[in-house]
Design a protein around this ligand. Sequence first.
Ligand code: FAD
Length: 281
Amino acid sequence: MESQRQYPQQFSFEFFPPKTEQGAEKLVAVRDQLGTLNPKYFSVTYGAGGSTQQGTMDTILSIKQAGYDAAPHLTCVGSTRDTVSELLQTYMDNDINHIVALRGDMPSGMRDMGDFRYANELVEFIRGETGDHFHIEVAAYPEFHPQANNALVDLQNFKRKIEAGANSAITQYFFNLDAYFRFIEDCESLGIDVPIVPGIMPITNYTQLARFSDMCGAEIPRWIRRRLESFGDDKESIVAFGLEIMSDLCLQLLESGAPGLHFYTMNQSGPTMAIWNNLDL
Ligand code: FAD
């Protein structure tokens, strides 16, 4: 973990584009509450396959207009060279200089991947088109990507994204600290030297968390699962236990030299603020 200590710790918050006007209004309030914590940037997810792409742009511009740094996510799925060029130009025209480049997952029923197969190809294209304008983030998987044939190949694929020009990475969320520490060590031994910021998922709803985790390959350790299950519909206990677990995880990460935290806020300020308040930042 020593290599990660050289980077200043930075904090960021992720949103998804709201689907309704009411959701958009609520997000403005959430953003301004979290804005008081002085984040480095807010990022906004991008619906692979097109479902929320205008929403991403609208949310990003609204964040930027409110005076915060904004980082749009962008996926290979559903993108062509032309659509990406156009998007990049719009972002540049609006003084956006930070981007999260991803492959995305093909929605069921969609056949055409677009012009890019893997995130490293998208990173390479963004660099080729826009030089050093963008700070490019990519995804990292301390417990490995669910489709990777094996751990080493996945690490090598991660390295391709850095070699293509990514500046830093955000991890998939995880609950196993050792997985992150090992991942960082492996990256060091492969000569990867960029900040790898842990992604943090506040725990507020067990059913939803279990479903997400199955899909994205994040393991919920048995002892955490069993405890969460035992609370049944008692939301208050789930939230209290989740807060304790996640605050502990974040504290240990920061003490060990993690270069900051990226919170998957799920468009809510409460759970993220509660963890934050326990960190003494
Ligand atoms: P890649 O890095 O392309 O890797 C995907 C798989 O392909 C891995 O198994 C890898 O080992 C393999 N691979 C990579 N490169 C190669 C290569 N050159 N040759 C052969 N195999 C290769 N999804 C969205 O739809 N929208 C979002 O906004 C979004 N935001 C995210 C933010 C974060 C921080 C994270 C961690 C994930 C996000 N995702 C998002 C989910 C992400 O799109 C999925 O996890 C997706 O399955 C992989 O994306 P990736 O960019 O990591 O893909």
